[in-house]
Design a protein around this ligand. Sequence first.
Ligand code: PAF
Length: 284
Amino acid sequence: MPIQTLTTIDDARAFVASARAEGKRVALVPTMGALHAGHLELVRVAREHADVVIASVFVNPLQFGPHEDLARYPRMPEADTEQLIVLGVEAVFMPSVEDMYPDGGRSATLVTAGHLGTVLEGRSRPGHYDGVLTVVAKLFSIVQPDVAVFGEKDAQQLFLVRRLVRDLNLPVEIIGVPTVREPDGLALSSRNAMLSAGERRDALALSRALEAAGSAADRGVESMLAAAQSVFQSDTGVQLDYLAIVDPCTFAFAGEQHHGPVQVLVAARVGSVRLIDNAIFSIP
Ligand code: PAF
């Protein structure tokens, strides 16, 4: 079946209604486009859970701050569609900003991420997660998928989306997919396309910091933080934004006495490009 390009909310609803009428299970893969192998992995996992896979490609203005990279965020709808065709995705939903936000790129009704939306990534990007949760809730309401698939690279986003579904009793199963990395460890990100060759090398500081934290896991939280921090002292091209260790079950900061699984989160600016990464380890 050729891919269906759905450009309006009405098109998307009609497409899903006919899939449902045939008794099919529907998966949604929400993206902002500029698709890379990490997104393709999300699609592959979605396929394992559904008969019909819909990828959404929408650069959501609501999740960008006034001084962020909304204007220069990569947009390549034709190339994205080509990749989705190769993967056999049934439909791509590419709505316009006007269709999603008839009041002009802003939404009067917001889903708030609460306190957790104001720490870590949310502290550096105020309002970001309210924008993410609002668009995710809208996409869930439009597509009404049985399952939705998100990458683990934005661990805070995945945590908040799971909580959104729980708190608002949304009938959708959330599946997290491990981060896809380049052979040298760099986590795949649409923003990597904005890095120069030198910045691309500098960007390895993020995954190296995670490795360093992991190798200090036997010595506890403070040692892990110190080990990760030391990577940024030698890497001058990279400006560390935050480095934190949380309990992956609650996203609360892990204290020095913490034992068991911990998630190390890092965000840094490489040139003008902001990157994030994370990894889970266990403190014995
Ligand atoms: O992770 C992303 O690409 C975006 O935050 C998402 C989930 C598609 C919402 O715009």
